[in-house]
Design a binder for this molecule. Sequence first.
Ligand SMILES: *[C@@H]1O[C@H](CO)[C@@H](O)[C@H](O)[C@H]1NC(C)=O
Ligand SMILES: *[C@@H]1O[C@H](CO)[C@@H](O)[C@H](O)[C@H]1NC(C)=O
Length: 511
Amino acid sequence: MKTPHTKHSQLLRFVFVFAHVFFISNGRTLLSTNNHQMIRAVNLGGWLVTEGWMKPSLFDSIPNKDFLDGTELQFKSATIGKYLSAELGGGTIIVANRTSASGWESFRLWRINERSFHIKVFNNQFLGLDSAGVNLVAISTNSEASGIFEIIRKPDDPSRVRIKAPNGLFLQAKTEDLVTANSQANGGWRNDDPSVFEMTIVQRLQGEYQITNGYGPLKAPKIMKDHWDTFIVEKDFEFIATSGLNAVRLPIGWWTASDPTPPKPYVGGSLLHLDNAFLWAKKYKLKVILDLHAAPGSQNGYEHSASRDGSILWGQTEESIQETIRVIEFFTARYAPNPSLYAVELINEPRASGVPLDVLSKYYEAGYQAVRKHAPNAFVIISSRIGADATELLPLTVSKMKDVVIDTHYYNLFRDIFNSMTVDQNIDYVRVNRSSELQAITTSNGPLTFVGEWVAEWQVQGATKEDFQRFSKAQQDVYGRASFGWSYWSLKNVNNHWSMEWMIKNGYIKL
Ligand SMILES: *[C@@H]1O[C@H](CO)[C@@H](O)[C@H](O)[C@H]1NC(C)=O
Ligand SMILES: *[C@@H]1O[C@H](CO)[C@@H](O)[C@H](O)[C@H]1NC(C)=O
């Protein structure tokens, strides 16, 4: 079925090709000099960079699996009825005088092994005992020098806990401003025992750091190998190639560049699977968009960038940037000889609240050069920042770079405005608002544009199959006007709508 919109996009494409030829014939290099084909891709998410929500069973057999790196906990004293809090967010004492809990009352775990943890407070100091060895404080910024704690759960009520301090005794909230580590914990689990706390799990992370450190060095290598061997296989490339798609966007993590001996807790073996992906891509004539999804230190604090505890450390030191450049160079040099290497995405979704534009811009310029050293004709993709307007990247790209692409991700999710939208409002939002956002960055002499992630999922309850078909069609129409193309998130997912394979096989998406 042809609609005015697909005709429109064909017209735009024609104009684009025409403009392309025109500019080249004028000796201009601002537009692509490649034989650019519209990308219709699918992400191979959750494969070489773990995301627990896409395949929760991966985490099932981790011992003490509620307590992984980055798990955020709150503790309410059973005796006082108030929350533990790092006074001032950290740097001084711990108190038990807050009636409600948010940032200062949240504690993040660093897992040493299944029983032992360092515990981090809001301002990034770690819990420990003061010089007298009794009062609980959050002063040290060095995890190694901080205390090692255990969390002991009541066997028949796991939200009731005691916390064992580095001195072998238990924490107790003696008064609202006196939290000490000197309880023998012999009051049963009664409310009048000040060593008893009600624990709430506020947030969990289930990324590559959590799974590898959670299983530990003995078990993680086999768990990861089994996942890599089975989650994406050659048949998937065949399926993609015969479904009307022409490319894959392949999220990778920085540690794969130091295979087979990546820094702990990451485990070796992923590079072989990336090599396989390139062999299969070549065999089935699919293009590969290599996407550095997880950069050293994490560029957005999410599990999908392998953040340890939700913090954003990438870009805060020159070393983290230099290391990332080396990673980009390693991958580009390794795969440049494969005709399937089509584009290198320098970093995925840096978050505006943690990564300043000037730091990112410097990295993009250096990363661009690193790709160019080995792959003169590959596209270089730069990702817009989460929480910032993608147009901010336009000044960077104009004239300085050739064959550069801006990637922007469109989800009708993750913001309150989508919570109450109907089917038609969702579709209108794509046709009107997304379309104008995309138009704002799709300029005639600037970079190409790419909707590198989208999904036919929304907050609508009880939508019909036909609703989904209309929604995915609207998105294909609009994102099809991105001058580089689009990529669905993702090929496989236990949540059906997030699995393009399921959506295609069940007729929800037609290409
Ligand atoms: C909690 O205790 C600390 C230390 O005595 C005090 O400075 C702070 O004002 C108290 N906060 C509340 C909300 O009572
Ligand atoms: C979408 O764009 C329209 C037209 O510019 C505007 O009136 C509307 O407020 C936008 N919707 C949202 C949810 O931002």
